[in-house]
Design a protein around this ligand. Structure first.
Ligand code: ATP
Ligand code: MG
Length: 174
């Protein structure tokens, strides 16, 4: 099957959730899925997906548990783990072992200056014809929007974060 390049961006909730939903749908259809999460070293509930879909969904995190703010200088470790992540996900994408490859928060990694836009563009251009590639994260660079076959922008109309000082809820946000 011919693959496409999909981009989920914008400031509203649902980008990572949509990508994970696609992973589950694809796995249920017998597709092999690789999920790489950038800038996420924490214990998100979805990390148990491979347990529920053994041999079908593979998932790895590249990053540190620390939150990085825009303008802050990324540490050597942040830079190194993102670079290793990009190499790892590129290898997975070109391996022939996966039908769907998801790079969660890769847009944000570029926005924060942790990865070069050019290096990520080179990764996007290496997508084999039969692989579906999904990038998520706010602040997608214009070049990625241009290159994508599908772009969905999650726009925040209303969010409880604005009204309540809620921590991320297990199973809903994390
Ligand atoms: P989800 O993972 O729920 O699908 P998303 O991928 O669209 O959301 P991101 O922009 O990646 O959302 O945000 C990642 C996480 O940051 C959110 O799940 C939430 O826990 C947290 N977050 C987002 N917006 C806010 C906010 N305004 N205040 C506090 N935390 C926030
Ligand atoms: Mg997200």
């Amino acid at each position: 099957m011919k693959g496409k390049f999909q981009l989920y961006t914008g400031n509203g909730k649902g980008k990572t959730t949509a990508a994970l939903g696609l992973a589950v749908r694809a796995a249920c259809a017998g597709m092999k899925v690789y999920i790489g999460q950038f800038m996420k070293g924490r214990d998100y509930s979805e990390l148990c997906l491979p347990e529920h879909f053994p041999g079908t969904i593979t998932m790895e995190q590249y990053g540190t548990p620390r939150l990085i703010c825009k303008g802050e200088k990324p540490s050597e470790e942040d830079l190194r783990s993102a670079a290793v992540g990009l190499d790892t996900i590129r290898t997975a994408m070109v391996s022939g072992n996966y039908d769907l490859v998801i790079a969660d928060e890769l847009n944000v990694t570029v926005h924060m200056g942790i990865l070069n836009e050019e290096d990520v563009m080179e990764f996007i251009c290496r997508r084999p014809d039969d692989v579906e590639l999904v990038l998520t994260g706010r602040y997608a660079p214009a070049g990625f929007v241009e290159a994508a076959d599908l772009v969905t922008e999650m726009r925040e109309v209303k969010h409880y974060y604005a009204a309540e000082n809620l921590p991320a809820r297990k199973g809903i946000e994390s």
